[in-house]
Write a new protein. Structure first.
Length: 291
């Protein structure tokens, strides 16, 4: 007992390095949390405008949130939120399917143009997507997807069209799954599709969660492509365009606090999605091998 108590006491002693590390982590956590706390405070602030004399709000109100739902004459935030949610959901589904399919093919299949395709994908990934936005817009215009309700379809195609090129991370994860599991399934009469859906997918939940979150975030926070494709069609604006409009010269005084409230609200779907899927982050490989 005495030896165990001595070990506990020895472990409880902090060295100077431990104290320094904890201080640094505490400072970094404050720096990370401070902008979020500031935005939340602004969203409840009663004073209008972006320039105020005090850091903390003098009065608190829910009117900034209420304004987003009721004042739709100039900036219809709820319509923008609806547009973004529809685009994000469909883009997420299509992008996830593309990424998983391409990454599985690159990991398991061997064909003649496999390495050249991977090299081309790597080179294309070095260039930002907005370099092609003018060409993409004119292609969508020729196809008749730049007007009316088809703008949503155009945005879904833009966000999900090239998603398959981002297969490298998922491919690396698939490479860690033993091929012997699939070979055993083939001996039992399973097809490649059955092997993919019943063996690979259940073991790949962490990378699926990663892919889903990235595929959902891309259209949710994008501004460049949405602004180019939507142009002046206010009925199909996304939340990023709506929040940007709130900071324009003629709106910023009356809408700045509502801008902060909108910034808080657009984080809610992301938080909900992460909370639903966070259970899938646990490593499932060991359970699959034992089974």
């Amino acid at each position: 007992m005495a030896k165990s108590n001595n070990k506990i006491k020895a472990r409880s002693k902090w060295t100077l390095g431990d104290i320094v590390v904890h201080i640094i982590l505490a400072i970094l956590s404050v720096i990370w949390v401070l902008p979020i706390a500031w935005i939340i405070m602004i969203s409840f602030r009663g004073e209008k405008g972006q320039y105020v004399s005090t850091l903390l709000p003098k009065s608190l109100t829910l009117a900034n949130y209420t304004k987003l739902f009721t004042d739709t004459g100039i900036l219809n935030f709820m319509q923008m939120f609806k547009n973004t949610l529809i685009i994000a959901i469909f883009s997420c589904i299509i992008s996830t399917a593309f990424v998983l399919a391409v990454s599985y093919c690159m990991s398991r299949m061997r064909f003649r143009l496999r390495k050249p395709f991977m090299n081309v994908a790597l080179i294309l990934g070095m260039f930002p997507g907005f370099m092609a936005m003018i060409a993409v817009y004119y292609i969508l215009k020729v196809l008749g997807l730049s007007e009316g309700s088809l703008i949503r379809v155009a945005l879904v195609l833009v966000y999900s069209g090239g998603s398959g090129l981002g297969f490298y991370i998922a491919k690396g994860f698939f490479d860690t799954i033993p091929k012997s599991l699939e070979e055993a399934a083939y001996l039992d009469g399973a097809t490649r599709w059955q092997s993919f859906t019943r063996i690979i997918i259940p073991l790949s939940r962490p990378i699926i969660v990663y892919t889903v979150l990235n595929s959902f975030l891309a259209p949710w926070i994008d501004f460049v492509f949405a602004k180019v494709i939507c142009r002046a069609n206010k009925d199909y604006y996304t939340v990023s365009i709506g929040l940007w409009n709130m900071l324009e010269k003629e709106y910023v005084y009356n809408w700045f606090n509502s801008f902060a409230a909108g910034a808080v609200l657009i984080s809610v779907p992301i938080i909900i999605l992460f909370m639903i899927m966070q259970k899938c982050y646990k490593d499932s490989m060991s359970g699959g091998v034992k089974g």
